[in-house]
Design a protein around this ligand. Structure first.
Ligand SMILES: Cc1ncc(COP(=O)(O)O)c(C=O)c1O
Length: 441
């Protein structure tokens, strides 16, 4: 797509917080689409920043914002509004018992900061373990347990944060799955067992918490094997720590169930929700049990920020939940995800660049490799194929970082139509053929 001339102003006045900005400026967005200032439309298969799960500018969100403008936008942190109280109650209805006490915040990073502060205060410990390739945010505490991006060059992370290997089946960290023995269980979660043994060997620093995403999205859509979260919960609790599940991307339906952790049959000690609760507006929440709340309040818990419990985003969160529940979007994510997955599996039979297709519901990863046997990441061709998709009207993320992978992260709104999925698949098909053909010239 042609570069918008106004991007020169961006070059002059914006800090480059990503390696490159899109060449166009977005004029408007609706449903699964964004339009540039020349009227060209792009199918947004990342739902913005994986937030707009009910589609861009959903009328219910717009109505909630309008009504908040007529009522109240912002309050002192000790004053509550009806929206905030109702949102906390609604979250309690959706989550399993005993998760029924929430604090209403703004971002995913903040929700994870608070989750870890709660775990530390409640246990009197400070050690937190997270997974390699994970992403939990880039504020100091959250960044300390983020092992996908942003670790180098900023000095020491928080003391006490430790990493366990990610259950990355396509590039198994303990080589259990590479050249595996025929007939053996393909995955016995050795990476988790060994990782936990190693971290517990440091007996002087017992664990306050572990934190995990149900599917490691920014890390390249790494989909843990069934039972992984359940075992992580067991190991964490056996060591006296609390399990935090970060549902920033997976909460409210994306994986085909309301929350990702449900698929492992567990109830975490602390749940954080963010991106998908706001449908594009900044709202987040950390949810715990009444018992845990009693314990931290008794120890002097405090969290006051400018926008804690703000009414406007809470009104939007309520509207998003209404749409997710009313339109049965978790079921829709499962059905549309199956269609997307079938299409990608078919593409994989014709395009050797596709090394692996994985994920759940409408969070799908396509790992691109130059050689299906050595699994050499297709970094250059992957970037070219992503650009080729954009030039044909399909926006997708390519995840490329220290883990040495090159993965398309595909996460359309849960309201995506069958036609939009088919269109995206045909654009991917054309783009992969085009880059391979031009590389061969
Ligand atoms: C799983 C997960 N947790 C936390 C965050 C951080 O959220 P925020 O950017 O709202 O601070 C992200 C952001 O991408 C995320 O994907």
């Amino acid at each position: 797509m042609a570069r918008d001339p106004l991007m020169e102003l961006a070059d002059r006045h914006l800090i480059r917080y990503v390696p490159g900005f899109a060449p166009f400026l977005v004029e408007r967005a609706r449903g699964s689409w964004v339009w540039d200032r020349d009227g060209n439309r792009v199918l947004d298969f990342t739902s913005g920043q994986i937030c707009s799960t009910i589609g861009h500018n959903h009328p219910r969100i717009v109505e909630a914002i309008r009504s908040a403008c007529d009522r109240v936008l912002h309050l002192n942190s000790w004053m509550l509004s009806e929206e905030v109280v109702r949102l906390a109650a609604r979250l309690a209805e959706l989550l399993p018992a005993p998760l029924s006490k929430a604090i209403i915040l703004n971002t995913g990073s903040e929700a994870n900061e608070i989750a870890m502060r709660i775990a530390k205060l409640a246990t009197g410990r400070f050690r937190v373990a997270g997974l390699d390739q994970s992403f939990h945010g880039l504020t100091a505490g959250a960044a300390s347990v983020t092992w996908s991006v942003g670790r180098s060059g900023y000095g020491p992370q928080l003391p006490g944060t430790v990493m366990i290997p990610a259950p990355y089946a396509y590039r198994c960290p303990v080589k259990q799955l590479d050249g595996g023995v025929p007939g053996c269980d393909p995955c016995d979660r050795s990476c988790l067992e060994r990782g936990f043994e190693a971290l517990l060997a440091d007996g002087d620093a017992p664990l306050a918490a572990t934190i995990a995403e149900p599917v490691l999205s920014a890390g390249g859509v790494i989909d843990p094997p069934p039972g992984y979260l359940a075992r992580l919960a067991e190991l964490t609790r056996a060591s006296g720590g609390l399990l935090i599940v970060d549902e920033a991307q997976t909460g409210f339906g994306r994986l085909g169930t309301m929350f990702g952790f449900e698929q492992d049959g567990i109830v975490p000690d602390i749940v954080t929700v963010s991106k998908t609760l706001g449908g594009g507006l900044p709202i987040a929440a950390t949810i715990i049990s009444p018992e845990l709340e009693e314990a931290i309040v008794a120890r002097g818990f405090v969290h006051v920020t400018s926008h804690v419990s703000d009414p406007l985003p809470a009104a939007v969160g309520l509207a998003v939940i209404d749409v997710v529940v009313g339109e049965r979007l978790p079921e829709r994510a499962a059905a549309m995800g199956a269609r997307l997955r079938a299409g990608l599996d078919e593409l994989a039979t014709r395009h050797p660049l596709i090394g692996d297709v994985r994920g759940r519901g409408l969070l799908v990863g396509v790992e691109l490799v130059t050689d299906g046997v050595t699994r050499e990441p297709a970094d250059d061709l992957g970037a070219l194929a992503t650009d080729a998709c954009l030039s044909r009207g399909l926006s997708m993320n390519i995840v490329r970082h220290v883990g040495a992978n090159s993965v398309w992260r595909i996460a359309p709104p849960l309201t995506v139509s069958e036609d939009e999925i088919d269109l995206a698949l045909s654009i991917m098909d054309d783009s992969l053929s085009a880059v391979v053909a031009s590389a061969a010239v």
